[in-house]
Write a protein that binds this ligand. Sequence first.
Ligand SMILES: Cc1cc2nc3c(=O)[nH]c(=O)nc-3n(C[C@H](O)[C@H](O)[C@H](O)COP(=O)(O)O)c2cc1C
Length: 169
Amino acid sequence: MDLPRLIAHRTVRTYLDDPVTDDSLRQVVDVARWTGSARNRQPWRFVAVRDAPTKQALARLGAYAGHLATAPVVLLVLSPVERRLDTEFDVGRVVQSIFLAATDAGLGCGVVSLYPEEHSRDAADLVDADDGWTARHAIALGRPGPRPTGGTLAVPAGRLPLEELLTFH
Ligand SMILES: Cc1cc2nc3c(=O)[nH]c(=O)nc-3n(C[C@H](O)[C@H](O)[C@H](O)COP(=O)(O)O)c2cc1C
């Protein structure tokens, strides 16, 4: 496993039109479903969305969700409406697993937050999610397109230095 390469892969927000097959989505989620969670609750479900009007509607449910409309597939991440203390931690782990598995399969990913909570419920309603499940995050997936050049980033790039992150006691 070339972990440094996988981890170093950045968020992708532009995609080629190449299709993402159901089989490749199954492979990605089949890897990610082995992610650990508190008490093995696995507080996650996934819905793959290809339908253009639904992707466009999802793209309106987050402040920075525009690229959901242009990705070949959006993987909607469902989690329980009634959150436990560990739920967000667990969901973050499984989303990272999806990110790594998808990158390994040659797919680019962009994680998006759907908020406020009302928007999360609207997103869940768009895919007829079962009662008790909401959609706080979505993952845009597709073959990476050319990275945009120029412009100003909305958030800072790069990472804090190792010395600032890790100390020894
Ligand atoms: C929980 C979470 C929510 C995020 N929400 C959004 C989002 O709504 N829109 C977006 O474009 N990127 C979103 N991102 C991506 C981050 O902006 C990105 O990971 C960060 O800026 C670092 O950039 P890099 O992944 O390219 O290194 C999110 C990432 C995480 C982990």
